[in-house]
Design a binder for this molecule. Structure first.
Ligand SMILES: [Zn+2]
Length: 398
């Protein structure tokens, strides 16, 4: 058993984003000049600077801004190899068409468990150093029963939010035999993988899985006790978003090509629209219309989609900057989507905000306000990262 975490005070926070409007100003519930006390991993107290009780440890915020830890609700960290040549070719004008996944599938199948674990662990640490305190990650580059199962073992070792994505694309040996592959996914593959996962996902897209196959896979996931997520409407307008809503999925991810009926369906549902602008950046594609979703009342999350083919970044601050600059989100909306939005996309009520009872996950920014995340793109503003009351990040000097 791990020893008790003890208590930590984060002292002299100039500006604290709580994401709880009842605690402070605006949607972000901003408080000024406060201390936060975390006990046994959970936020226990927030109050005026200098009035907290003594704690085991002290972290000086020195007047800087503190935000909730980022919740990256969509990553693909279990893979081998890279696809820098594909990226370079695409930047020279070639269009992306989902085929490059097979290069990663081949590399992942031939990698050892240790190699896969090393890559995933390195990427997780990279994400943490940039303020991510919760990340979801998936299988999806194995596409056989044993390879998917192995990828989920790696995912389980680095993440509390594990997603089975055997239905990423039809495995190459099943080309032209989609129904046989769907039978494998919904049968032996789910039997082997469901005990290692919390979520079942499907890539519903031309070139991947059509409406009927995707629905069958999601029903099978539900029957195995998994929650649902859908890769939807990334490359083209399609049925993915409406299927996600119909099936009660926690999240429809990408949402790049939507019509009015898709937006209405999301607005009347508990399904979060998770936007992944790193994918549009890395494929030089048009960005999702975040304003249309927000104005319709849809819950929006932002995530990295970290994967070697179409979005090889672990940086939530980069995603926030993209969302502000390229998708017309305000800095407050983008930060909320990258924290509370991600928590909602994972159906979690213990993360994504800083208030008594929430897990003690926070980021000390080397900046006076959170808007600096977008205002100073590409600059490392993460001074310290705390997860469940433990200090993770390096402490930058001011
Ligand atoms: Zn994805």
């Amino acid at each position: 058993m791990r020893p008790p975490v003890g208590s930590l005070v984060v002292r002299d926070i100039g500006l604290l984003v709580t994401n709880r409007p009842e605690l402070g100003q605006g949607q972000l519930g901003v408080m000024r000049d406060v201390d936060v006390v975390i006990e046994n991993g959970t936020v226990a107290w927030i109050g005026s600077t200098g009035t907290s009780q003594a704690t085991d440890e002290v972290l000086e915020a020195a007047g800087r801004c503190v935000v909730p830890g980022f919740v990256d609700s969509h990553t693909h960290l279990v893979f081998a190899g890279d696809r820098v040549e594909e990226f370079t070719a695409r930047m020279a004008g070639r269009r992306y068409d989902a085929g490059g996944i097979f290069a990663t599938v081949a590399a992942t199948r031939s990698a050892s468990l240790i190699e896969l674990t090393d890559v995933a662990t390195r990427l997780k640490r990279e994400a943490e150093a940039q303020g991510t305190t919760t990340l979801e990650t998936k299988s999806g580059y194995g596409l056989t029963v044993s390879d998917e199962s192995r990828c989920l073992e790696v995912a389980e070792a680095i993440s509390e939010e594990v997603t089975f994505l055997g239905a990423h694309v039809v495995a190459p040996e099943f080309r032209g035999k989609e129904q046989e592959y769907v039978a494998l996914v919904t049968g032996p593959m789910l039997d082997a993988c469901a005990p290692k996962a919390r979520w079942c996902d499907v890539f519903c897209e031309r070139g991947a899985f059509g409406l009927d196959a995707a629905r069958e896979i999601l029903h099978a996931g539900l029957a195995h006790g998994l929650g649902l997520r859908v890769h939807a409407n990334q490359l083209s307008r399609g049925p993915g978003v409406q299927l996600a809503v119909e099936m009660g999925a926690a999240s429809a991810d990408h949402c790049t090509h939507l019509d009015a009926a898709d937006v209405d369906a999301l607005a009347g549902s508990d399904t979060v629209a998770t936007l992944l602008p790193g994918a549009e950046f890395c494929t030089r594609s048009p960005y999702p219309d975040a304003r249309r979703l927000l104005e319709a009342g849809v819950s929006v999350a932002l995530a990295t989609d970290c994967n070697p083919g179409t979005s090889y970044t672990t940086s939530m601050p980069f995603v926030i900057a993209l969302a502000v600059r390229e998708m017309n989100m305000t800095p407050d909306e983008a930060l909320f989507a990258a924290t509370a939005g991600g928590a909602r996309a994972l159906r979690r009520d213990d993360i994504g905000a800083l208030a008594p009872g929430f897990r003690g996950d926070l980021v000390v920014l080397d900046a006076p306000t959170a808007a600096h995340l977008a205002y100073r793109p590409g600059v490392d503003l993460v001074a310290a990262v705390v997860r469940a009351g433990r200090l993770l990040g390096q402490q930058n000097s001011r």
